[in-house]
Design a protein around this ligand. Sequence first.
Ligand code: HEM
Ligand code: HEM
Length: 182
Amino acid sequence: MLTNTRQAYGWLTIALHWLAAAAVIAMLYTGFNADWAADRETQRALMRVHIATGASVFLVLMLRVVADYLQPRPVGPEQPKPLMLLASLVHHALLIGILVQIVSGPLAVFSGGRAIDVFGAFSIPSPMARNEGLHEAAELAHAIGRWTIIGALVLHLLGVAKHVIVDRDGVMRRMLIAGKTL
Ligand code: HEM
Ligand code: HEM
């Protein structure tokens, strides 16, 4: 039960779902933590933490998105059409949002002519010269991606709560145990 079927999630998806969920929450926390810092100096230091955390979780997030689109997607429980559509839209928004963030984040650093320093352990040099236009485009994409994730995540969690509390249909259980069907 490593990969998905049309009825159930496999362990690969389940492991990546929860690892990526923790990573996304860590990225939102470290990103806003830096943005809300009191002065420029603290802001720079906290942004270095966000960037180093991003580099550390990059592969998990990339794998999450790629593995998802390469596998069959278990069909959802029977629901009114608009809800089925919303659930599917929210899932794609989360995955595309992650992809936008892990591309635009490093691009914002590199196009600023800076290297990505990973907690002082190692450093990834910028493959390009400073490029103001690209830098601004990357920052804009990073802002759009962040709000896409936040909006979709709120809907995602409301959806999960509905399935757990109101419908009690096993949707949560199948994201916890591989091979479980609805
Ligand atoms: C932390 C609380 C979270 C809970 C309780 C939760 C719960 C769930 C559950 C129960 C499903 C299964 C839905 C189904 O059976 O169709 C699911 C699917 C999904 N979740 Fe979450 N989730 C959480 C966080 C996240 C986060 C942070 C992301 C990404 C930003 C995310 C992305 C997805 C995606 C894309 C799916 C669709 C299934 C797939 O394509 O692999 N979830 N989630
Ligand atoms: C799911 C992944 C990610 C999320 C949710 C996320 C979220 C955020 C947030 C909330 C901010 C603060 C917003 C602000 O300054 O107004 C931010 C800024 C930033 N992030 Fe990320 N980030 C992610 C991935 C990454 C990665 C992988 C890198 C680089 C390795 C990165 C680099 C940056 C940089 C350089 C900034 C400051 C410039 C800007 O606002 O665009 N981010 N991110």
